[in-house]
Design a protein around this ligand. Sequence first.
Ligand SMILES: NC(=O)c1ccc[n+]([C@@H]2O[C@H](COP(=O)([O-])OP(=O)(O)OC[C@H]3O[C@@H](n4cnc5c(N)ncnc54)[C@H](OP(=O)(O)O)[C@@H]3O)[C@@H](O)[C@H]2O)c1
Length: 390
Amino acid sequence: MVVAITGITGLLGRNILFELLRQHRQRLQELKVFAFGKAQGGKSLQARILDMMREDGAYYLGTADISPFADRVTAIGWQLEEEGLGISSEDMEMLRRTPIGLFIHAAATVDFRDSPNVRDALQRVNVTGTARVAALCEKLQIGQFAFISTAYACGMEEGVILPGTTNFEAGFRNPYERSKLEAEVLVREFWSKGKLPQIKIFRPSTICGRLLEPLPGQTNKFDIFYAWLAFFLRLKAKKLGHPGYGEFADIDIRVCFNPNGGLNIIPADYAAKALLEVCRSGTAEQDFHLVSPKESPNQMGIPLMFDFIKVALPPFQDSVPEQLSPLERLYYEKSVGRIYTPYITSNTMDFRVDSLLGNLPEGFPECPFVGPSQFVTLLEFARKHNFGIS
Ligand SMILES: NC(=O)c1ccc[n+]([C@@H]2O[C@H](COP(=O)([O-])OP(=O)(O)OC[C@H]3O[C@@H](n4cnc5c(N)ncnc54)[C@H](OP(=O)(O)O)[C@@H]3O)[C@@H](O)[C@H]2O)c1
């Protein structure tokens, strides 16, 4: 089996790689993975992959000896922003020669901010970059193309949401959501013109650390709700004069969220497993929500998270308060509140999972629901890494 994965160093990309290697551990010679990624900070892609396998994959695979696994992985250096993707002629030759059963395009800029620079980057990486990947795949011999989008490509839709919903009129919380929908449309166009064979579009919700495979809560990045909490931890450290997880501090920000809403959270390892299983199923269906069947209610998760980081807030609000203090303006207008309030004030988003669950075999693990104990597992892992605060 030959699989190509883009965004290999990312949260989802690496978990897909680890899961594939885990599944093939008794017959590694049957697996070959083309791992697309970039060199960074003076480190080659190959070195980055090896570090990632030692520091993260070793836990997933349950062994410190990652070399037999690493031998199955071929690093393909590229850059989505470059015309022609910057793939070397030797690598291109190798790719042309090798039939690829499954090509998974997970690389993207995941940035919820709205500024001219971010908009440009989203266009270059998520939209134009995806068009380049589709054009590359047209030239290669591939069996199926899996595009990783986002559940929030549906924009501001609420209530029942089908996985193929395409509605540019719904409005978006940020340019990132729109860029992912534009990329989906491109992929569908390539397929409808016969330029791609089978396609599958996966729409994950909020991806958190692992909850099925070791280490419990493991993630390589602390964005989304982790980053939201990191903002409050920074304020708390400033107030206390030290980064204190051990004591409570008052932070005078009236945080608002929808008490009837929730956040849909999917563990990275479950997402990887479910995606691979659906691709293996042979189904001709194209659209899949990669989400939990159940939202984690705001009423449960949000107070629990603040309690965990020992931040005491004024009473929660149902909507953005009218007269904002300078600190609240920092939160709501210039930082994490601006980015995440649209998500936590939304009404329930009932992402339908029929196509996902309908293509998973009997006995497939259930998606771990992120309830109180799972939140604590995720937050304990984040605390060990100071929520990514350096
Ligand atoms: N995380 C979530 O909660 C979430 C939710 C829904 C959907 N998704 C989607 O799921 C996919 C994976 O997300 P993730 O959270 O795993 O992403 P991530 O951790 O931010 O990783 C992004 C990956 O894309 C690569 N990349 C970024 N810009 C690139 C470029 N110009 N050229 C080549 N590679 C580039 C990164 O490489 P470097 O390491 O070199 O930067 C990294 O490997 C994305 O398509 C995202 O839109 C994510």
